[in-house]
Design a binder for this molecule. Structure first.
Ligand code: SF4
Length: 478
């Protein structure tokens, strides 16, 4: 399991059923793995847009009375982990504003690389920002007369965004779904009877019994209204494809089909390839729960080494990476996993892990296997060494905190306290996805498909605001 990383967000939109908010709630529930900091739903019956949102998981953030209040035929929902802007209520989504007389709500998955520059420009022109996420700048652009004078204002705004973005925009009469031209994050469309459902992952479609229709294409704007589904391109040019391969390594649900392939199958192929690249004599293959299970199965099938359950899992603790501080992450890992002595004692183990980021939690898990009496531990990682931060919505630590940055595999092995260590090669990873050239692998290779702003920090807008707080704690604008 990747330690000390956070993921961005999950989206769902439902059009054309009185139960839209309920279905959106279920869709969010099934995508809880994409973010646990906050959850929110906006809905409309054709005039005003209503909003309910709160901190924490879906079940904590939204109550039955919220869903009753939101009962309307069109709804958009969002679960969040912060990649730009910290964890507080003002940053929960969907964001809801009036542009002119018309309400609009926006929900965003991804990370805008040029948000800092765009926001600074608007602030210079006197715009006030309520939140500190990168998403809010999109609303300022949509309200900007310079964009509103375009024949297609939304397309004009999208052309000027740089980075990773899947967006759902809720208007009183329609939902608009947008996917950036690199197709960095997944987004799919389904039908549940007469209703339309749009979601980050197909597991949300399954949850509400919606049939998969197709993905939102990179660079596409899909509008769903009483007229049905309409599509247009927003006209981005010269953008490389860059599907996030880490969605397959760790983030997405194994049942989901993203970027044209089932996540479980891809993970299993990672494991098979790993077994061919890094074989080792052993008694038992053990998966580090939960994400490495598919890869461990692949390793077992390819190597013929029996597979067993080496850890118990406490299902009542959230995913460790999703917690916003290192201390909490470490404690939840300890709460979450316990080695099973009767299984691992005296055994030569092949331990399959999906990824290693800082290495601290992986080391903790290896120690617990040792304490439980494992004779040998051969760690096999079903992805390449992560040496570079992500700028597109996955909150990896900076270079110096990544265990693989500037260290050899032997040095990492020593730190983790295992008998042998091998990673899947980047070529091996890419051989399991199609077409390999359409995938972003920048955190492994440093080859960023979308231009980045290396100096940009997740908390940049908080830092900016702090400069304006006076001695009495009053926010002052310069
Ligand atoms: S840098 Fe890594 S985590 Fe970020 S989008 Fe690319 S593959 Fe995904």
């Amino acid at each position: 399991m990747a330690d000390a990383i956070q993921h961005s967000c999950g989206l769902v939109g439902v059009f054309g059923t009185p139960d839209a908010a309920q279905l959106a709630y279920l869709g969010l529930y099934s995508q809880q793995h994409r973010g646990q900091e906050s959850a929110g739903i906006c809905s409309t019956g054709g005039r005003e847009i209503l909003r309910r949102a709160g901190m924490g998981r879906v079940t904590d953030a939204l109550s039955p009375s919220d869903l009753t209040a939101l009962a309307n035929p069109i709804a958009v929902g969002h679960v969040r982990y912060s990649t730009t802007g910290s964890c507080h209520a003002a940053n929960s989504q969907p964001l809801l504003v009036n542009i002119g007389d018309a309400p609009v709500a926006v929900a965003h998955n991804g990370n805008l690389v040029n948000a800092g520059r765009l926001r600074a420009e608007y602030e210079r022109r006197g715009h006030l920002f309520n939140a500190t996420s990168d998403t809010e700048v999109i609303l300022h652009m949509l309200a900007d007369p310079a964009y509103r004078s375009h024949a297609d204002p939304l397309a004009a705004v999208m052309r000027d965004l740089v980075g990773s973005f899947c967006l759902l925009l809720l208007h009183p009469d329609r939902i608009e779904a947008v996917r950036d031209a690199s197709g960095n994050r997944p987004m799919c469309i389904g039908r549940a009877g007469a209703a339309w459902v749009i979601a980050s992952e197909t597991c949300a479609l399954d949850m509400v019994d919606a049939e998969y229709v197709r993905d939102v294409a990179p660079g596409e704007i899909v509008t769903i209204s009483e007229r049905g589904l309409e599509s247009r391109s927003f006209g981005a040019v010269g953008v490389r494809r860059g599907h996030c391969i880490f969605e397959h390594v760790y983030f997405a649900d194994p049942s989901s089909r993203i970027f044209g392939q089932n996540v479980h199958r891809v993970r299993k192929e990672f494991g098979r390839r790993l077994a061919r690249e890094a074989p080792v004599p052993a008694d038992l293959v053990v998966a580090v729960p939960n994400c490495a299970r598919c890869a461990a199965l692949g390793y077992h099938e390819e190597s013929g080494i029996p597979i067993g359950r080496g850890f118990t899992t406490n299902h009542y603790v959230g995913r460790s990476f999703i917690q916003p501080t290192q201390l909490i992450r470490d404690l939840t890992v300890r709460l979450k996993l316990n080695a099973i002595r009767d299984v691992v004692e005296g055994q030569r183990l092949v331990v399959v892990e999906d990824s290693v980021v800082r290495g601290t939690t992986t080391r903790g898990k290896m120690q617990s296997l040792r304490r439980a009496g494992a004779k040998e531990i051969h760690l096999r990682v079903a992805s390449a060494p992560i040496r570079h931060p992500c700028h597109y919505g996955i909150d990896f630590p900076q270079h110096d905190e990544l265990i693989a940055n500037g260290r050899t595999v032997e040095q990492i092995r020593e730190y983790l306290g295992v008998d042998s260590l091998a990673y899947l090669s980047l070529e091996g990873m890419l051989s399991c996805v199609t077409p390999p050239g359409d995938f972003c692998n920048a955190c492994f290779s440093g080859n960023y498909p979308i231009p980045i702003d290396p100096g940009f920090r997740k908390d940049a807008f908080e830092q900016q605001q702090l400069r304006f707080v006076d001695a009495h704690g009053v926010l002052r604008r310069p």
